[in-house]
Design a protein around this ligand. Structure first.
Ligand code: PEP
Ligand code: MN
Length: 263
């Protein structure tokens, strides 16, 4: 189902009127997690002012440590609904488990399946029965083939609105959190009709590497970028070191659109 050969054309995924996989480069920006109304609204305001139409933020956070901030849960989803009503932004947020999937599906405009859950087959099947588009992150050690089979689980249940997202893989390089696999972008686009996005934030874990890697992803043909940004990264409850400052986020939007236009 994911194969380019089997398709009549490339899939374009519509998220609240934003078309991913068409001629336009699509940016999705926002904090790692929903932390408070004040934080979410502050970030949403500058994201929207930068011309970005989709906001990312997790209400349910898959954290490496069980002692780390786990997200605001249902309260986070309510804040995301409020921020959509206020700014007209489409909401991209993660579903971490089948138990809370219904709640996430109701509140989200696009449901993210995180890297750690790429082979959670029950969750993938549930996403395949969702009436909302799915953003499927690549597992940190998944091959391209394994990633496409994961997409196949979603597609097989009937949901054809799937976007792939490269977010870095685990290698022996220890200067960054993960290694952005730039070449997987054109490789994936050769094998599948699905749109492919790049997340330079989790791929690097370092603010200073986010913009260069984002631009590399666009140059490689990504259909969009998923980027973390925070109004006060030093106070962020998760992923502060990789969050772009507001001014750098605005600069990235312009640079990325410039690279995309040059292709
Ligand atoms: C995220 O987008 O906040 C996230 C947890 O990403 P990943 O699943 O790629 O680690
Ligand atoms: Mn994050």
């Amino acid at each position: 189902l994911a194969s380019a050969d089997a398709a009549t054309g490339r899939t374009v995924v519509d998220v609240r009127g934003v078309r991913i996989g068409g001629p336009e480069l699509v940016l999705v920006g926002g904090p790692c997690g929903v932390e408070s109304r004040d934080q979410l609204f502050t970030v949403a305001r500058y994201v929207a002012e930068a011309g970005v139409k989709l906001l990312r933020a997790g209400a349910f956070k898959p954290r490496t440590s069980p002692y780390a901030f786990q997200g605001l849960g249902l309260e986070g989803l309510r804040l995301l609904e409020e921020v959509r009503a206020e700014f007209g932004l489409g909401i991209v947020t993660e579903a971490t488990e089948v138990e809370t999937f219904d709640d996430v599906e109701r509140s989200a405009d696009m449901i993210q399946i995180g890297a750690r859950n790429m082979q959670n087959f029950a969750l993938l099947r549930r996403a395949g029965r969702a009436g909302k588009p799915v953003l499927l992150k690549r597992g940190p050690s998944a091959t391209l083939e394994e990633w496409l089979y994961a997409a196949e689980y979603v597609l097989g249940e009937g949901n054809r609105q799937v976007v792939l997202c490269e977010r870095g893989i685990r290698t022996w390089s220890d200067h960054a959190r993960n290694t952005l696999d730039v070449s997987v972008v054109p490789a994936a686009k050769g094998l599948t009709h699905l749109p492919v996005m790049v997340d330079p934030s989790h791929a690097t874990g370092r603010r200073d590497l986010v913009i260069p890697c984002a631009l590399a992803g666009v140059a490689a043909g990504a259909d969009g970028l998923l980027v973390e940004t925070h109004c006060h990264p030093e106070k962020a409850l998760s992923d502060g070191p990789q969050a772009l400052l507001p001014s750098d986020f605005v600069r990235l939007v312009e640079l990325a659109q410039g690279v995309h236009r040059a292709l």
